[in-house]
Write a protein that binds this ligand. Structure first.
Ligand code: NAI
Length: 333
C-alpha cells in the first residue's frame, strides 16, 4: 500500500483527477490518497492558497499527484505550482512528448524529453516597479542550479538509454546568465563522453523543433524556455491533452499534466484526461509500480489509436467520463 498526496485542482482538474484515480484503481494498485486542497478553492476554504495541510502531506508522503491549478493573470495569488516547486526544491521538471499512433499530426515519430530547470530564472518572483511606468523582473541563473539540472538531464539520458542531450539558451544576448548556464552545461557534458552533446540558441531551437523534431532527444534548459518549448513539443504530438510532467527533487516528486486548468471546459465533461493519466503513469513508475504503469500506458495508446472513445481535442466525440470508462474496460478486459 502506498500513500500519495492528491490535489484535485480547479477548472477541469477535478474531472481529470477523478479519471486518473479510477484508472489507477482499475490497474489494481493499492493507493491511499491523502487528499488536500490548494489554489483558489483553498483560499475559499482555508483563507490561503497553500494551506499547511498541503505542505505537511507532501512532507510525509514525498509523492504527489496534482491536477492543474488556476493562477490569475496580473494581480492576485502567486502561482501555487511555482510555489510548490520552490518550497520542496523540486528542481527538475521532466516533460516527455511522444507520438501516439492514430493522432493526425505532421510528424509521426517524435520522442522528445524537455528537462526544465524549475527553481530559478525569471520565475524567482523578484519583480518591482522601478518608476510608475517601468517594471523590472530579475532573472536568476546560478552555477549550482544549472549544474544540478544538466547533471539530471545526463543521468536521465544514461538511465533511459538515450543518445543525445541538447542545452538550450540565449547566451548570445544574456552573456552572463545564460552564458553561465551554457558554460556549466559544457563542463558537465565533458563528464558524460558516452552521450552526444550540443547546444542551440532558443529561437533557432523553436524553428528546428517544428521543422525536424526527430533530430532531438533530451533537451535541457532554464525555466522560461522550458515552459514555452514544452508546450511547443506538446503541440507536435497532438496537443496539451497528451503530455505529462514530473517535478522531481531530492526529497520528493509531484506529478501533473503539462496543461493548465482550461477554465472554459470546467464541468463540461470535455477535458481530455490523457495527460493526467500519463502523469499517473510517471508517478507509478516513480513508486516502483512499473507493471501497472506499463499496462495503463499500453491501454491508453491502444485507445487513442482506435480513436472511437476519445475527447474532441483528439478528433473524437466522447466525454472525459466515456473515455475513462473505455480505458478501464481495456485495462480489465
Ligand atoms: P491551459 O493549458 O489551461 O489551456 C490551453 C488550451 O488548451 C485551451 O484551449 C484549453 O482549453 C486546452 N486544453 C488544455 N488542457 C486540455 C485538456 N486536458 N483537454 C482538452 N483541452 C485542453 O492554459 P491556459 O489557458 O494558459 O491556462 C489556464 C489556467 O491554468 C491559468 O490560470 C494558468 O495559470 C493555469 N495553469 C496551471 C498549470 C498547472 O497547474 N501546472 C500549468 C499551466 C497553466
Amino acid at each position: 500500500m502506498h500513500t500519495v498526496t492528491l490535489i484535485r485542482g480547479d477548472g477541469i482538474g477535478p474531472e481529470i483527477a477523478e479519471s486518473a484515480v479510477a484508472v489507477i484503481d482499475a490497474a489494481g494498485v493499492d493507493i491511499e490518497w491523502d487528499e488536500v486542497v490548494a489554489g483558489l478553492d483553498a483560499v475559499e476554504k482555508h483563507g490561503t492558497p497553500l494551506p499547511d495541510q498541503v505542505i505537511s502531506s507532501l512532507s510525509k508522503t514525498k509523492v504527489g499527484l496534482k491536477a492543474p491549478l488556476t493562477t490569475p493573470v496580473g494581480s492576485g495569488i502567486r502561482s501555487i505550482n511555482v510555489e510548490l516547486r520552490m518550497r520542496f526544491n523540486l528542481f527538475a521538471n521532466l516533460r516527455p512528448a511522444k507520438s501516439f499512433p492514430g493522432i493526425d499530426v505532421p510528424f509521426k515519430d517524435i520522442d522528445l524529453v524537455v528537462v526544465r530547470e524549475n527553481t530559478e530564472d525569471l520565475y524567482s518572483g523578484i519583480e518591482h516597479m522601478v518608476t510608475d511606468t517601468v517594471s523590472e523582473s530579475i532573472k536568476i541563473i546560478s552555477r549550482e542550479a544549472s549544474e544540478r539540472i544538466v547533471r539530471f538531464a545526463f543521468d536521465y539520458a544514461c538511465k533511459k538509454g538515450r543518445n543525445k542531450v541538447t542545452a538550450v539558451h540565449k547566451a548570445n544576448i544574456m552573456k552572463l546568465s545564460d552564458g553561465l548556464f551554457l558554460d556549466v552545461a559544457r563542463e558537465v557534458a565533458d563528464q558524460y563522453p558516452q552521450i552526444e552533446f550540443e547546444d542551440r540558441i532558443v529561437d533557432n531551437m523553436a524553428m528546428q523543433l517544428v521543422l525536424k523534431p526527430q533530430q532531438y532527444d533530451v533537451m535541457v534548459m532554464p525555466n522560461l524556455y522550458g515552459d514555452i518549448l514544452s508546450d511547443l513539443c506538446a503541440g507536435l504530438v497532438g496537443g496539451l491533452g497528451l503530455v505529462p510532467g514530473a517535478n522531481i527533487g531530492e526529497n520528493g516528486a509531484v506529478f501533473e499534466p503539462v496543461h493548465g486548468s482550461a477554465p472554459k471546459y470546467a464541468g463540461k465533461n470535455r477535458a481530455n484526461p490523457g495527460a493526467m493519466i500519463l502523469a499517473s503513469v510517471l508517478m507509478l513508475e516513480h513508486i516502483n509500480e512499473k507493471e501497472a504503469a506499463r499496462r495503463i500506458d499500453t491501454a491508453l495508446t491502444a485507445l487513442i489509436k482506435e480513436g472511437k472513445h476519445v475527447t474532441p481535442d483528439l478528433g473524437g466525440s466522447s466525454g472525459t467520463k466515456e473515455m475513462t470508462a473505455a480505458l478501464i474496460n481495456l485495462l480489465k478486459g
